[in-house]
Every structure is written in structure tokens, then in C-alpha cells.
Design a protein around this ligand. Structure first.
Ligand code: DER
Length: 223
């Protein structure tokens, strides 16, 4: 077992019959979905709301019932991964390219839990490049603005060198910042940049974090 698997399996304990559950995206969530599917096979009733096509395909393969976000009134609990988690449970997300739909599902959720392995916990955010999702139509203008602000943007590309496309068909610029002194000030600045659709600073957007370790033991942080 690895830390991601331990965290993913542990998170299934949070799901009870009849819940509407936000299904995050990424390799840790993969283990959560795999374990959740076993409970569905044993009769657990739930409605999943996926945060990416990648998650839709996994949930469909494993028989987890789903509805689109627009078809549910609210979400009881969202389980998602994260790329970095700070001591005050702020985080950087978007490493998997799903940050826009993840944030929309997160803000529609009564409760949110992140599942991570121990490597994701940091003293200060920023070592992981901060993803920002931008509209292709004006990405070069936005890239220049971010460069002029000293935020070191790099266009995320696929193996063939073409721009990575999100499920919403946007581009992603990864900001290589090393450290982020004031996450809320940076989030506020990015929120007001025309053409920048969303960023990977998830501040105050989780209630708990389940940390998994390779020996299978679990730590849990509460807001
Ligand atoms: O894109 C995201 O925010 C995903 O949740 C992802 O980056 C989580 O990371 P993982 O694949 O290591 O679980």
C-alpha cells in the first residue's frame, strides 16, 4: 500500500447512504473511487458529481452512479486531492488540470475533505507551480501580464508540445513562484485578471485533510 491508497480507502468511511458526493480528480482520488465502487457493489446508495471527464470515465467503469452538477440541488460531501496543503489547510490544486470544475464542485459542497499522501503537506505554499486557467483567445496577453508581475508563467503542454487543454477547452499557465508570501493577496489579484478563468489557490476550501502514509497509518487535520 502507498500513502495515497491509504488516504483514498480511509475516505470511503465518510460516505453514507443517500449522499450526493463530489468526486475529485487525480491519482489519490483514483483509490477512493476504486474503494467506493466496492461499497456501491455491496448496496451503498449515492449520487456522484464528477469534477473531470477522467473521473466520469472511472466512475462509469466502476459502476458509481453520477449526475451532472446542474442536476443536483447541493452536494453533501466532496472528496478531492490536492497538490500542496499548508498548516492552515489552504492548498494548491490543479496539478491534474481539473481546477475549474473542482472549485465549482467544492463551492457547491456542504463539506469538503482532501485526501493526500504525506508529501503534499508543506510549511508554506508555492513550491508546487500554481496553475491558472486562461482563455486561449488572449493567453499571450495574460502571459505577458503575469511575466511583468514577476510570476514566471509557463504554458502547460502535452507530450507533442501542443497546449494542454482542460475539459472546458482552456489553457493552463503554471506559475513558478517557489514561495507564496501572501496567498490571499495573490488570489485576489488573479481573480481580477480578465481572461484568467480560475486559479489553483484553494483558500479556506476544505474542512478536513486525510493524510495517508505508506505503512497504512492515517493522520487527520481539521479546520
Ligand atoms: O488537479 C488537482 O487538483 C488534483 O486534485 C490533483 O492534482 C491531486 O493530486 P494527486 O493526483 O497527487 O492526487
Amino acid at each position: 500500500m502507498n500513502g495515497k491508497q491509504a488516504a483514498g480507502i480511509q475516505a470511503v468511511q465518510e460516505i453514507s447512504d443517500g449522499m450526493v458526493v463530489g468526486l475529485g480528480t487525480g491519482t489519490t482520488v483514483y483509490y477512493f473511487l476504486e474503494a467506493l465502487a466496492e461499497k456501491v457493489k455491496l448496496g451503498l446508495k449515492l449520487t456522484g458529481v464528477a469534477t473531470s471527464q477522467q473521473t466520469v470515465e472511472l466512475a462509469r467503469k466502476w459502476g458509481i452512479p453520477m449526475k451532472p452538477l446542474n442536476s443536483v440541488q447541493s452536494i453533501d460531501l466532496t472528496i478531492d486531492g490536492a497538490d500542496e496543503v499548508s498548516p492552515d489547510l489552504d492548498g494548491i490544486k490543479g496539478g491534474g488540470g481539473a481546477l475549474l470544475y473542482e472549485k465549482l464542485v467544492a463551492v457547491a459542497s456542504k463539506k469538503r475533505i482532501w485526501i493526500v499522501d504525506a508529501r503534499k503537506t508543506v510549511k508554506q505554499l508555492g513550491a508546487f507551480p500554481l496553475p491558472v486557467e486562461v482563455i486561449p483567445f488572449s493567453w499571450k496577453q495574460i502571459n505577458r501580464k503575469l511575466e511583468n508581475r514577476g510570476l514566471h508563467p509557463v504554458l502547460r503542454t502535452q507530450k507533442d508540445g501542443s497546449p494542454f487543454l482542460t475539459d472546458a477547452r482552456h489553457y493552463i499557465l503554471d506559475l513558478h513562484l517557489n514561495t507564496i508570501e501572501n496567498p490571499s493577496a495573490l488570489a485576489n489579484e488573479l481573480d481580477h485578471l480578465p481572461g484568467l478563468v480560475e486559479h489553483g489557490l484553494f483558500l479556506g476550501m476544505t474542512d478536513s485533510v486525510i493524510i495517508g502514509y505508506p505503512d497504512g497509518h492515517i493522520e487527520r487535520l481539521e479546520r
